[in-house]
Design a protein around this ligand. Structure first.
Ligand code: SAH
Length: 223
């Protein structure tokens, strides 16, 4: 990622965000912490909310969607246990912030967004940061992206009624998936490894107000 000149104030706020919201709550992976210190979150937040970019909260973005709370981004990312050589699938590109973090930690990131205008602006933001190891795809992410599977990690950033089975099929053995599933407003963030040791139904997270809609999401066969 290119280092851009940015107001010192944002850099300080980002350091404080990592120390007080993320490290303090137990996220330990040094690569994740470094990525969270690097990516300029304020560039992913609309002007109207920019001053709150580093606050401990999700924020509204375009098209009635949200950018997740920083801690949740860090926690979900840590759960993927990325080493750097993985191909990762994200469902729900939204602003592109989570994808930017993933780009710093994995070999390649496919991120799916159902709303074309959001996908386009996410792509522009990621390119603007000099990132090249990603592709933003406009489609229904509940079906995954079979053509590039299997993925060593799958992360869904919108709440599904249940885990979409097509996503599980596209996960590599030993790969991790992390997603919020279950009824709103409290969706448990579920972490599971395919044919691996971990299955952690964890963290009740009220921040996931954005529903995963589509074939295997809300309003589709899955609900
Ligand atoms: N990861 C984002 C936050 C995403 S909010 C960020 O870092 O900003 C959830 C996003 O999921 C929304 O943009 C919404 O449009 C998208 N979404 C919901 N259902 C979807 C589906 N079936 N396929 C792809 N994207 C979906």
């Amino acid at each position: 990622m290119e280092d851009k000149i940015e107001p010192e104030d944002y850099r300080c706020q980002r350091e404080a965000m990592v120390d007080r919201q993320i490290l303090a709550r137990g996220v330990k992976d040094p690569r994740v912490l470094e990525a969270m210190r690097k990516v300029p979150r304020h560039l992913f937040v609309p002007d109207a909310h920019r001053t709150r970019s580093y606050h401990d909260t999700p924020l509204p973005t375009a098209e009635g969607q949200t950018i997740s709370q920083p801690y949740i981004v860090a926690w979900m990312t840590e759960m993927l246990r990325l080493k750097g050589d993985e191909v990762v699938l994200e469902v729900g590109a939204g602003s592109g912030y989570q994808a930017a973090i993933l780009c710093l930690l994995a070999r390649f990131v496919y991120t799916i967004e159902r709303i074309g205008t959001l996908a386009e602006s996410a792509r522009r933001r990621l390119e603007g940061l000099g990132l090249t190891n990603f592709e933003v795809v406009v489609s229904d992410g509940t079906k995954g992206l079979p053509e590039h599977s299997p993925y060593q990690g799958i992360i869904v950033t919108a709440g599904a009624p249940r885990v979409p089975p097509l996503l599980v099929e596209q996960l590599a053995d030993g790969g991790g998936r992390v997603l919020p599933a279950g009824p709103a407003p409290l969706r448990g963030l579920r972490v599971k490894e395919k044919k691996g040791a971990r299955s952690l139904p964890t963290e009740e997270e009220p921040g996931f107000s954005v529903p995963l809609v589509g074939g295997m999401g809300w309003g589709g066969y899955g609900s």
